[in-house]
Design a protein around this ligand. Structure first.
Ligand SMILES: [Ca+2]
Ligand SMILES: [Ca+2]
Length: 417
């Protein structure tokens, strides 16, 4: 079909060119098709793969970029529609990105009702699609939870202090956390010599001077073993510096002195991460208990981290929205708020369940209900936390691991009259 159309086109062009050169008359001008009608956002609402409904593609010039992959395995910013060509007033051809990351020949037809119908020259689900200009929430509740098995490992390294006061630096010794929610390290430094020194450790984001945690075990109940814990940010490795703490070590110390650094990593599973801002918000269903972690990680000195958790819920019919915090870590206050799709905050009324949520007391539970009845549509829920010192634990001082590392918060979103 395509080839014969092209041949016909060339033939017609040849005829026109021929006729122009022969008698100079101007016949019907050859139509110049363009992509104007395709520009902008398109929402997938139908076809033979309902799971892909809710997808958003933004067309700029001749490329259609995926601006919301919805519940599919495709990634944001993938080129969903590649090299679109106008082949008629309402017809287009393009490369269609499949779930296997390959491109297939696709055909688009624009309906008079601003509906775009796509057929793909490949068998299988998703080869027939309907796209529209105005977002229509899929009837089914979306749940963008992607569980993973969090990483967990233990490692150790033996080395020597050749002389008193020697500072041994190990750049990137604690490897990058690959868990989307990050995790935490427990690090132990101890002398293994016959006359052990009291050790000093400093741990920092790789390449940074200011440590995440440092200090000695001298003066604690376990002066020969320096043990610390800190939360690890995804994608960041940490440097370790180890030395015998000169002031607290006996002059009879024998050098070279062997020592051992050992570390344990525990990943945290939060199936909605990354969801640190409005753009990364994940769809959650109403009336189901949502479980996530409010852990905050050591991202770098002075970086004001954006580690809030953002969610999206869909109201199918007008109602008030209610968010209820069912469980909270004891060392943090989880502040749930509701936002319009335009990202403006919606005024709610707070009802305490336990503790003093009005004072943002750690561990307090409550529910909040929007004062106004909301139109059907998509809304955001943000969980913000106020933990300021829950990123480290000095285990020599018997500080517990922050509860936010080990206890999730849980909440529900419901539509109420
Ligand atoms: Ca989280
Ligand atoms: Ca988050």
């Amino acid at each position: 079909m395509k080839t014969s159309t092209k041949i016909m086109y060339l033939f017609t062009l040849a005829l026109i060119v021929g006729s122009c050169s022969s008698d100079g008359e101007n016949d019907d001008p050859q139509p110049q098709y363009n992509l104007d009608a395709l520009q902008g956002k398109w929402y997938r609402v139908g076809g033979n793969n309902p799971d892909a409904n809710g997808m958003e593609v933004t067309v700029t010039n001749d490329q259609g970029v995926l601006t919301d992959p919805a519940n599919t395995s495709l990634q944001e910013n993938n080129i969903k529609w590649k090299d679109i060509e106008a082949t008629g007033e309402t017809n287009y051809e393009h490369g269609e990105l499949g779930s296997d990351q390959n491109y297939y020949s696709g055909f688009m037809e624009m309906g008079s009702d601003d509906t775009l119908r796509i057929s793909v020259n490949s068998p299988g689900t998703g080869n027939v699609q309907k796209w529209v200009r105005t977002f229509i929430a899929p009837i089914a509740e979306l749940h963008e939870c992607e569980p993973y098995e969090p990483d967990a490992f233990s490692m150790a390294k033996d080395d020597l202090w050749v002389e008193a006061g020697e500072e041994d630096e190990f750049p990137g010794l604690l490897p990058v956390s690959t868990d989307p929610a990050g995790g935490y390290y427990i690090v132990t430094l101890e002398s293994t010599g016959p006359l052990p020194s009291q050790p000093w450790i400093a741990i920092s984001v790789s390449g940074e001077e200011v440590p995440v945690i440092n200090g000695t075990s001298a003066g604690t109940d376990t002066p020969l073993t320096r043990k610390v814990a800190f939360s690890a940010h995804p994608g960041i490795a940490y440097d370790v510096m180890a030395r015998p703490f000169y002031n607290a070590s006996p002059p009879s110390d024998v050098y070279p002195e062997p020592y051992r650094i050992s570390w344990e990593y525990v990943g945290i599973m939060d199936c909605y991460e990354p969801n640190d801002n409005f753009d990364e918000a994940k769809f959650i269903p109403k009336d189901e208990v949502i479980e996530a972690y409010a852990n905050k990680n050591n991202e770098g000195y002075g970086i004001q981290e954006e580690q809030d958790d953002y969610y999206k819920v869909v109201l199918f019919q007008p109602a008030r929205l209610q968010v209820q915090l069912l469980q909270s870590p004891s060392d943090d206050f989880i502040d749930l708020n509701v936002y319009r799709e335009s990202r403006g905050e919606i005024v709610t009324t707070l009802t305490p369940i336990s503790g003093m949520p009005g004072d943002k007391e750690d561990g307090a539970l409550y529910f909040k209900t929007t004062n106004a009845t909301l139109d059907a549509g998509t809304y955001y829920v943000r969980a913000r936390t106020f933990m300021n010192d829950g990123k480290t634990a000095d285990l020599n001082l018997d500080e517990p691991l922050p509860d936010t590392w080990t206890t999730p918060y849980t909440f529900t979103v419901t539509a109420v009259e």
